[in-house]
Write a protein that binds this ligand. Structure first.
Ligand SMILES: [Fe+2]
Length: 176
């Protein structure tokens, strides 16, 4: 198992989901579904990456700064994700926030796949990276179900609170 490939594959999946979210033709309902997928993908990826990949990079003088920067960027991504979680998919600010999120993610992926991987390869031993790959995959599986956004609960409550549609008098056969 190749840790660098696993991380790059995750980036590809996240890119695909962001692309769906910026597609203006998707309905608000589809956007909500896409957003839930994005939330799960990003959260489980970032948490596993911080615990398995960045934590040993923080231990080395050569990679401490780059690891800290990456963790800060993860925080920014999570801030925008939480903002999106509070926004309405049909609202005017939705598209702007998604665009900002896409740019943040893209810049971060570029840094990781370029400079960070290069420095990590110089610092981490191959056999350690192999063990880290297994741990990364296992951790993602373990934590994915725990990464539910507030949206899922809020959307369900909102739908439950909505009044049932009132049938028109004509549909009931009591209007001419
Ligand atoms: Fe990352």
């Amino acid at each position: 198992m190749d840790l660098y490939r696993l991380i790059t594959e995750d980036h590809q999946e996240i890119r695909k989901t962001v692309k769906l979210l910026v597609d203006g033709d998707r309905s608000a309902r589809m956007r909500e579904k896409d957003f839930l997928s994005l939330w799960r993908e990003v959260m489980s990826h970032q948490i596993a990456e911080e615990k398995v990949f960045y934590s040993p990079l923080l231990e080395s003088d050569e990679t401490e700064l780059i690891a800290n920067e990456a963790i800060e960027k993860h925080g920014l991504v999570r801030t925008v994700l939480r903002e999106l979680d509070k926004a309405t998919p049909a609202g005017a600010d939705w598209a702007a926030k998604v665009k900002v999120l896409g740019e943040l993610l893209e810049g971060h992926f570029r840094d990781e796949e370029g400079e960070t991987f290069k420095m990590a390869r110089a610092v981490l031993a191959d056999e350690d990276v192999e063990a880290m790959a297994k741990e990364f995959a296992a951790m993602k599986k373990r934590i994915a179900p725990m990464q539910e956004p507030e949206t899922a609960r809020a959307a369900a409550q909102r739908r439950l609170a909505e009044p049932l549609p009132t049938p028109s008098p004509r549909a009931c056969g009591i209007a001419p």
